[in-house]
Design a protein around this ligand. Sequence first.
Ligand code: CO
Length: 470
Amino acid sequence: MSEQAKKPVGITETILRDAHQSLIATRMPTELMLPIVDTMDKVGYHSVECWGGATFDASLRFLHEDPWERLRKLRDGFKKTKLQMLLRGQNILGYAHYPDDVVTYFVQKSVANGIDIIRIFDCLNDLRNVKTAIDACNKEGAEAQVALSYTLGDAYTMEYWMDIAKRIEEMGASSICIKDMAGLLVPYKASELITAMKSATKLPIQLHTHYTSGVASMTYLKAVEAGVDVIDTAISPFSMGTSQPATEVMVETFKGTPYDTGLDQNILSEIADYFRPYREECLENGLLNPKVMGVNIKTLLYQVPGGMLSNMVSQLKEQNAEDKYDEVLKEIPRVRKDFGEPPLVTPSSQIVGTQAVMNVLMGEPYKMATGQTKDLLSGKYGQTVKPFNPEVQKKVIGDEEVITCRPADLLKPALKDYEEKIKQWKQQDEDVLSYALFPQVAEDFFKYRQAQQEKVDLTKADTANGAYPV
Ligand code: CO
């Protein structure tokens, strides 16, 4: 080993985004993050993932926080560490396709407010849906990382992954991420996959996985040995379970090897000490459910992400049909085949899951279809790796027109309209983007923000009048 050239593996810390999204429903508030930022900035991470994904929606909806303000505060604190976000390609952070002007403006403002690396993915791995975001990212001088949603199935051969890696490089991306949202990538398969992709592209490759199925740290070990450049980990109090492997454990694993990360365990331990009481608090108030900390072997057996399983259970509960759980589990792979074998990640996971539940409850496949199923089968999400089942497509959409172009090509620019709609609430340029993504939630937040400001003004005025002691 000592004769091997040194190849330190980079660490992306996920505590400020995916770790709390996966374990405590994205509820960590900004004020809890800020006191530890200085210490985190000393570590020497490859990057800190801190924005995008569900953080944007959850900030506005549940925490009554402006996500843009959070980003600016984090940027202020992190003097030298690169900040990273997750972007759902043409869906931005929402669930439908947005016109190019909105995508471009969102990327521009994300970079202007402090993001260095944008991880861009599409739920179908349709690269046409990440092109606008890549171009915008390059134009703003940020790093465009394209994430491939990892999944299993007949279509997903080593040739598929090698070919798509080459195409990503040709599109002008800076790096590639393999995004294993369900924890399906097992250790020896990871060796094979990384070796194959490394032979197909010169771009750095990052691996993102979840501990859900119990194999994640072994998968990282094999992937690093096969030459992966960066891995995603979470500081120990918010690691494992549906989150990522623990940062300290991976750092220790590679110590003294050619892959030594060089990170200081003493600083990492300070960070862990900081987050441990919050973990205890979340366990006590129920935000952190011990159930998500165990090994969920069903994800390996059924190849279904953990979040999708829990959604399914609550849908069945609502219909008093919990006894249909096993039937739905068996229906999922059938629906996925009918739909051209897409990866199961937001929003395709919800589309396949909800349709599977419906098929079972109605006692006949596709007797009823959701609006999203209709959209998917008419090409409105883009192209799947395999063709749709033509009989199912016919049954669901009849003679309706099927789109084969890039879905956003059919969308007209929309920023001006959004600007018009939020005129009365607008306090910063970024407000229009919050509104474009989550209209109702953003408007509620704007009202709340205004009310808070008026309250402060009122207190000031009253104090000036000597009406209230403060
Ligand atoms: Co993730």
